[in-house]
Design a protein around this ligand. Structure first.
Ligand code: SAM
Length: 330
């Protein structure tokens, strides 16, 4: 029997109605009450249980994965679009990752991280089945691995050694985190960092035939709705019947809580890092003082789509700036 488990705490539920519906999960059965702290839903044919797929060998390692993604072209395409945008992942360089950590510690309105930690601490044993042995651990957007450590400790109760595949676009920060983990779990954790965007990381996973416990915390909602579905469907293809995917989403509909969380000084610093990084990495002569941040909560009750937080970095007045690597004839 296939099984999707849904864990809730307060207004946080580890499943999102629109998302589950798009994954063919019967949404009318997920009308859980936030008052209940936990609820299990058993269904056949749920997306996360898939028949076995044949794989080749394991081909991984930190190489120069970031080059797989053409950062400059992605930036150019965003900055020449209407309206202009900077891809969300761009704010996560080493400085962005540091600002993200600071935000988790200092932003007392950021309920999501705290709820995730509470849910994980209270439910870890039932989330991560204890009969999983010799599995590998994958972490999508691993960050500082605070939540991941809970799973590493848990899995190491049942196996002598663990192979760990953190996937994160923030290369330097990823490597620093891996060094710390390596020292902490000396001899028991083999780490294969994948410094890449999610899709490159998932494609690399597809060559790996071991049973996987895949984590995705704190970040799936940073992707557009269609992109969330796309990446979950890609992950599905890497999974066999014994694999587990454990991810969290925020279905808060309380405008006031959301606005407080994302308007906080530290959250703003993290978003502004996109502009600061343009200056640092791309030699761009943009003036950060010419921009102000606007946060809005776009509520959407339709089961097909989702509510989301919109963050705009709006120019106070018309201005132009130069990206030195862009040909003037382009
Ligand atoms: C909000 S943090 C979450 C970190 C951690 N999972 C947690 O729960 O605390 C998002 C993480 O995802 C990474 N990230 C963001 N966009 C990404 C992308 N497109 N591909 C890979 N990693 C990405 C960031 O570098 C960052 O470490």
């Amino acid at each position: 029997m296939s099984c999707v488990k849904v864990y809730t705490e307060l207004h946080l539920i580890a499943a999102q109605e629109g998302l589950l519906k798009n994954l063919n999960f019967p949404v009318n059965e997920t009308s859980f009450s936030p008052a209940k702290t936990r609820r299990h839903i058993h269904r056949k044919d749920v997306i996360f249980t898939i028949s076995k797929i044949a794989y080749g060998g394991v081909v991984f390692f930190l190489a120069h994965d970031k080059e797989d993604m053409d950062v400059k072209n992605e930036l150019l395409s965003g900055l020449t679009s209407t309206p202009k945008y900077i891809p969300g992942w761009y704010r996560y360089d080493k400085e962005g990752s540091r600002l993200n950590d600071l935000c988790l510690q200092e932003n007392e309105n950021y309920y999501f991280h705290r709820c995730e930690m509470n849910i994980l601490k209270a439910n870890l044993k039932s989330m991560c089945s204890s009969d999983v042995k010799n599995s590998i651990l994958v972490d999508m957007g691993s960050g500082n691995c605070e939540k991941t450590r809970l799973f590493i400790d848990h899995l190491l109760l049942n196996q002598e050694k663990l192979d760990f595949y953190p996937i994160d676009i923030s290369q330097e920060f990823l490597l620093d985190t891996c060094r710390k983990l390596s020292a902490e779990y000396a001899g028991r954790l083999d780490i294969f960092p994948i410094a890449a965007d999610y899709e490159t990381g998932i494609n690399k996973l597809s060559t790996c035939s071991q049973t996987k416990v895949i984590l995705w915390f704190g970040s799936i909602q940073s992707l557009e709705a269609a992109d969330q579905i796309r990446k979950l469907q890609m992950l599905k293809k890497t999974m066999t019947r014994d694999c587990q995917l454990i991810f969290s989403v925020d279905i808060t509909q309380n405008r006031e809580s959301v606005m407080k969380a994302y308007s906080d000084f530290h959250a703003r610093q993290l978003y502004m890092n996109s502009i600061w990084r343009l200056i640092r990495d791309e030699n761009c002569d943009v003036d950060p003082d010419n921009f102000e941040m606007e946060v809005d909560f776009i509520k959407n009750n339709s089961a097909d789509t989702m509510s989301f937080v919109q963050v705009l970095i709006r120019a106070k007045q018309a201005n132009s700036f130069t990206l030195l690597w862009v040909s003037p004839w382009r």
